[in-house]
Write a protein that binds this ligand. Structure first.
Ligand code: ZN
Length: 235
């Protein structure tokens, strides 16, 4: 097909989330073009575990947060948890894709919580699908019987430690924790804005890309298990 390179650009293209009548819906539509986000959304959808997502006021420096039931101050949090994205993402002139890494990061936390529940699901129709998920979770996330030292039973932390023990030690309370490592890795993977660096923690080379690849493998096996062994509907 012939293309006309002189045709004017579509002047109706929306430039920032704030200019869209439904910023959240538009953000999710943009995000779904990235395979890492799409895999998370599919997994949480199959498990009927998609958290509530809203824009809201967060402290300076906080781009997003995920609140879970049962946590501190969690009375009013819905059953699947709640993601708050900073309403600064709605500012005029703010690139419309800037919130995608944060949304993906927080959805990774939602998936971490849901997989922990999925591991203990009792109703099993397809043992093979269940076992593949459990084996991957043991290898990539947490192996209760792995090694003597507590730390070395966590897959993400082990990898970080192998690549750069000093960085891992320095960041152990937040960025290099076993929950944050995959969430940051998935966020980095979906960053589309070449002008912003999503991860500014001086992370060891290859750590994010390896963890994002591993997490997608895990999501794939978790989704297969979720489809083969559906969770019981609540009465
Ligand atoms: Zn996080």
């Amino acid at each position: 097909m012939a293309t006309n390179n002189l045709a004017p650009k579509n002047i109706n293209v929306l430039r920032s989330l704030a200019e869209h009548p439904n910023p959240l819906q538009y953000l999710m539509q943009l995000a779904s073009e990235k395979p890492e986000y799409a895999a998370l959304a599919e997994y949480l959808g199959v498990r009927t575990a998609m958290p509530q997502i809203d824009f809201g006021s967060l402290p300076p420096g906080t781009r997003g947060e995920f609140g879970m039931r049962g946590g501190f101050n969690a009375q009013k949090i819905p059953e699947n948890g709640a993601i708050t994205l900073s309403n600064r993402f709605l500012n005029q002139g703010y690139d419309q894709t800037n919130a995608i890494p944060t949304l993906t990061h927080e959805l990774t936390h939602a998936a971490q919580g849901e997989m922990a529940r999925q591991k203990f699901q009792k109703e099993i129709l397809d043992q093979n699908a269940k076992q593949q998920f459990l084996d991957a979770h043991k290898k990539l996330v947490f192996n209760p019987k792995g090694f003597k030292s507590n730390k070395s039973t966590y897959g993400a932390g082990m990898l970080a430690d192998k690549l750069n023990p000093a960085w891992t030690k320095e960041n152990e309370t937040y960025r290099a924790s076993n929950e944050e490592l995959p969430a940051w890795a998935m966020g980095v993977a979906v960053n589309q804005n070449p002008l912003t660096e999503y991860d500014d923690y001086n992370t060891p080379a290859h750590l994010n890309s390896t963890l994002a690849t591993e997490y997608q493998i895990l999501l794939d096996l978790a989704t297969r298990d979720a489809k083969a062994n559906p969770k019981k509907k609540k009465p």
